[in-house]
Design a protein around this ligand. Structure first.
Ligand code: ADP
Ligand code: MG
Ligand code: MG
Length: 495
């Protein structure tokens, strides 16, 4: 069975690896046991498996690893064995996925809400301003997006003090790690299958991960809705990308349907036909799938902004549209958590209640007493700018100093940030494997559920959860990073 090729998205009768059966304590986390004598052997076997099944990233020490596929490969960072994740939380996150998909869509239709909520941020954050400018141009043109495709990922942590599943954030652009996440579930399942007796675990308890098959299917279904046989899916990528192999799982699944281009290439080679069709080198584009464009670094010149505008003006299906992108900002997350705001977008009382239950404390910096509390106890908060991709948040002493400075300046710059309650998940020991070696550390985990939403006018074609991403980092870290082009070290591992 070890000779079978890797298959992502194996859906079996698998149930989550859960601790529910133990002592009736359904909310406990547990690192699955690895007999100490077996760890070296398991690590070696896992490293070989990664190399042979494409569970790899570019090696930052190799000069061409970000540009050329096939050179300078390194295994993706991973936890040696899966983490038990209580079934109650898993099911809660699954139930929330379609609600958040629908919420993103409804908020995206309210252009004034987006513009007004981000108006103060716009004055002080040039990146958000550029996005909002494109958005208001589309509002002026009364641009309609008949077909909407959202590939989302809602991330959660369990708060140890209250036993609540709390949302960290909702990603609406360039939701990544779907390929690597599938690989890691397969890795764990294979390790457990080989060592079933020594480990005392059932390989079927590792949940099959459907992230790649379902996201690929959503892209293909969107392509079919566009209804042009000669059209392609345009995958927008960075010129240099350590995580290209994660993206290739999707592009390989869609094979001849896709082309990969950077924003600069799209600007140089793209054109709009009079009917709004986006054409790249003579090929019409059905779907634009952004795996770049979420960060200021993706727009080094005006050319990239022209490309973004060109895409938005076109009739291609955008994944995401500029409105969907803006719904994923931290500022909108914070606004939605205010009283009575969810009611503007969702009708069903129990849906509203379920969504609100997972909101952590979120505040704008205009709330004076919260800023005071954060200056007093910065360890209880996270300060967040309107950025994506990890490594942008501010913690601890740095948080305190930043707030004091912003307040002294009396500057509008405070509108660039939001404050969030810091979540403290329960910790457990784990073996983390990075760059060919392992360490044993006390870790915390973040649990993400992928989602897909496809709509053509009034018809919702897909609204579903699409597999999961479990990431683990040392409990002592503020923020590890995974899947950023510029991360110094992958402190976070796939689990
Ligand atoms: P990004 O869009 O850059 O991924 P996130 O809001 O997800 O921004 O923050 C990045 C990381 O910071 C998260 O993966 C998590 O490890 C940590 N983090 C963010 N918010 C919190 C929080 N409220 N409590 C604890 N850790 C957090
Ligand atoms: Mg994000
Ligand atoms: Mg995140």
């Amino acid at each position: 069975s070890s000779l079978r090729p890797v298959r992502c998205g194996v859906v079996g009768t698998a149930v989550p690896v859960v601790a529910t059966a133990e002592g009736g304590d359904g909310r406990r986390f547990r690192q699955l046991p690895a007999p100490p004598g077996l760890v070296d052997e398991l690590v070696e076997e896992a490293l070989v498996w990664c190399s042979q099944h494409g569970l790899v990233v570019g090696d930052k020490n190799h000069p061409r690893s970000r540009k050329a596929p096939g050179v300078g490969l390194l295994h993706a960072p991973f936890a040696l064995l899966p983490m038990s994740f209580p079934k109650v939380y898993w099911e809660q996150a699954l139930e929330l996925a379609p609600l958040f998909n629908e919420l993103v869509h409804r908020v995206s239709l309210d252009g004034d809400f987006l513009q007004q909520t981000l108006a103060r941020t716009k004055e002080v954050d040039p990146f958000t301003r550029r996005l909002l400018d494109i958005h208001s141009k589309m509002m002026e043109l009364n641009k309609k997006e008949d077909i909407q495709l959202g590939l989302t990922r809602s991330d959660y942590m369990v708060d140890g003090a209250t036993d609540k599943l709390l949302q960290v954030e909702l990603n609406t652009i360039s939701t990544s790690s779907n390929g690597l996440a599938c690989g890691v579930s397969e890795l764990h399942r294979n390790l457990i299958r080989h060592h079933e007796r020594e480990l005392g675990l059932d390989p079927a308890s590792v949940v099959g991960n459907t992230a790649i098959t379902q996201h690929a299917e959503a892209l293909a279904t969107a392509w079919a809705e566009y209804n042009n046989q000669s059209a392609v899916v345009l995958v927008v990528v960075q010129a240099e990308e350590r995580y290209m192999y994660d993206q290739y799982w999707i592009t390989v699944a869609l094979r001849e349907m896709t082309i990969r281009k950077t924003m600069a290439e799209i600007e140089a080679e793209g054109d709009l036909r009079p009917d709004g069709t986006l054409v790249i080198n003579g090929r019409p584009v059905a779907v634009v799938y952004f795996r770049a464009g979420y960060s200021p670094a993706d727009y080094p010149s005006e050319a990239e902004w022209r490309a973004r505008l060109l895409i938005e003006r076109s009739s291609s299906i955008k994944c995401p549209s500029i409105a969907h992108h803006l719904v994923g900002t931290k500022k909108i997350q914070q606004e939605l958590a205010k009283e009575k705001v969810l009611e503007r977008f969702l009708d069903n009382k129990s849906d509203i209640e379920n969504v609100r239950k997972c909101f952590a404390g979120l505040w704008s910096l205009e709330t004076d007493n919260i800023v005071n509390s954060a200056i007093e106890s910065p360890e209880l908060f996270v300060l967040k700018p309107q950025r994506e991709g990890g490594g942008n948040n501010i913690y601890g002493d740095n948080l305190r100093e930043t707030l004091i400075r912003l307040r002294k300046d009396g500057s509008n710059e405070i509108a660039a940030y939001i404050l969030m309650q810091r979540i403290f998940p329960p910790t457990s020991p784990s073996y983390l494997v990075r760059e060919g070696t392992f360490v044993r550390d006390n870790v915390v985990s973040e649990f993400g559920i992928f989602g897909a939403y496809l709509r053509n006018k009034d018809k919702v074609i897909i609204n579903d959860q699409c597999g999961y991403l479990l990431r683990t980092k040392a409990a002592s870290l503020n923020e590890g990073r995974l899947s950023t082009g510029y991360a110094p070290d992958p402190y976070v591992v796939l689990t």
